[in-house]
Write a protein that binds this ligand. Structure first.
Ligand code: HEM
Length: 450
């Protein structure tokens, strides 16, 4: 595995005291709380170190540093340096390569060949898929029976990914395929898998590579089928039939890698965005989202206050670089930006910890101060798909009923290094209004004040 942190790097920037490796692991264990509790109280920026004076892990803060971070893609690279250590030379070797990991030319090419799946002309089809999935969901019943809200939103987004992206029915076998794909990425974070990379049937790494191969074969069979069929409106069919102006097209192994990336990036993030928005509504008296404009404000405000992706994906610094007047950030540093921290700046969002959808009337913050999907050439590729899905699903749900929270203690926990989930099942009743208002407790209140 490529060396994740180089603790010998120096950086003349403020940061908490402590042993760099210990602080780095703490940061990665809960980047949102480390950022909020340990880094945010320090000077406003432009660069903060996970350990004062050490250059292995750092965070940029403030509009201009955040702009640099997200737009200077030659200096700040996504990690593609072998973290997943997939053996080369096999049909499935590209399963962890995708637009989300590429840098430079390869990133530009992938992004260009993927863009047609997010074209305006396909959104109508996706909208029909989202409405169809909603009609089969528990929210559509609004019968007042208790259920786990996050699990239900996960089932909804899983079905939408299967049908909208892959053109498949959300039956048991296909649902299991998505589960296996998502689990693949989580297993890579398991030390038993990445520390002992011997490929035998009995080693955790060997079992993992055979799972990768199995999923690749299912993806490759799907791709071959779609190539042989007439073009259809699901994203996979579009990818299989896209050829750019120069005759370039994605190969089958490349499409498999991209499908893996899209499922990993798009399924849990969308479900949790809906979960946090619905929770914020349930926990705030007298806020209703009964027209498109108010719903839009509710979604933006919950994305601001309880972000699903509180920190950017990490970037590797490729040369010594000053950011917004900082001391040089050393080549090799692992650098982050935090949408969560930018979203809590009182100069842009007065009373930043209050859930106040009405603040969005006429408010147009800079794209470097409000950035639930990142910004720049690497902005979330699925943002339009996710926005439509969130607004369609929540809009249909809130036209039927209101949520009442049964388990009001909600902890905000980061899973797989990036996405914020409620730590335990979040049980609600969903019924025709009016619902009883329940004050929310738990660590989510660190972001969202009563
Ligand atoms: C509300 C749900 C979603 C949220 C909050 C979200 C958030 C993000 C963020 C913050 C980034 C950029 C990270 C960075 O630059 O550090 C990103 C990138 C990405 N997202 Fe999303 N995402 C969501 C849904 C989706 C969906 C539905 C898909 C696919 C269908 C998707 C595919 C991607 C891809 C491929 C990238 C990498 C883009 C690139 O590097 O060029 N995301 N997402």
């Amino acid at each position: 595995m490529a060396k994740m942190f180089d603790t010998s790097l120096r950086l003349d920037a403020p940061g908490p005291r402590g042993i760099p490796m210990v602080n780095n692991l703490r940061f990665l264990a809960h980047p949102a709380w480390y950022t909020l509790d340990r880094l945010a109280p320090l000077t406003p920026g432009p660069v903060l170190a996970a350990t004062g004076g050490n250059g292995s892990v750092a965070l940029v803060r403030g509009e201009e540093p955040v702009r640099r971070f997200f737009t200077d893609n030659d200096t700040f690279h996504r990690l593609s340096d072998g973290v997943f250590s997939v053996p080369q030379g096999r049909p499935w070797s590209k399963m962890f390569e995708a637009v989300i990991t590429f840098n430079g030319e390869r990133h530009g090419r992938s992004r260009r060949l993927l863009m047609p799946i997010m074209h305006k002309s396909v959104m109508e089809h996706y909208g029909e898929v989202f409405a169809g999935t909603f009609a089969r969901s528990r929210f559509a019943r609004a019968d007042g029976e208790p259920f786990d809200m996050a699990a239900e939103f996960l089932a909804i987004t899983r079905a939408n990914m299967l049908t909208g992206l892959l053109g498949l029915e959300a039956d048991a076998a296909n649902v299991e395929l998505v589960e296996q794909v998502v689990a693949l990425l989580q297993t890579t974070l398991n030390p038993a898998v990445f520390l002992f990379q011997v490929e035998r049937a009995w080693t955790p790494y060997g079992r993992w590579t055979s799972r990768v191969a199995g999923i690749y074969e299912r993806f490759a069979a799907l791709v071959e089928r779609r190539r042989a069929e007439e073009p259809a409106r699901d994203a996979l069919s579009i990818l299989c039939h896209t050829v750019d102006g120069e005759g370039d097209a994605l190969t089958t192994p490349e499409i498999a890698g991209e499908l893996h990336g899209l499922l990993a990036a798009g399924f849990e993030t969308t479900a949790m965005t809906m979960t946090w928005a619905m929770l914020a509504l349930a926990g705030t008296p007298d806020v209703r989202a009964d027209d498109d404009e108010t719903l839009d404000a509710v979604v933006k405000e919950s994305q601001r206050l309880i972000p699903t992706v509180p920190l950017s994906l990490p970037r590797r610094v490729t040369r010594d670089v000053e950011i917004g007047g900082s001391a040089p950030v050393p080549k090799g540093a692992l650098l982050f930006a935090s949408p969560m921290l930018e979203h809590l700046d009182p100069e842009v969002f007065p009373d930043p910890h209050v859930f106040l959808p009405s603040r969005w009337a006429g408010l147009r913050p800079s794209p470097y101060r409000f950035l639930p999907f990142g910004v720049g050439q690497r902005r979330c590729l699925g943002a339009a798909f996710a926005d439509l899905q969130v607004r369609t699903t929540l809009g249909l749900a809130l036209a039927r009923g209101e949520p009442e929270v049964v388990t009001p203690h909600v902890d905000y926990r980061i899973k797989s290094g990036a996405t914020a989930f409620p730590a335990k099942p979040l049980i609600i009743r969903f019924a025709r209004r009016p619902a009883r208002h329940t004050p929310i407790t738990g660590s989510v209140r660190k972001l969202w004040a009563a």
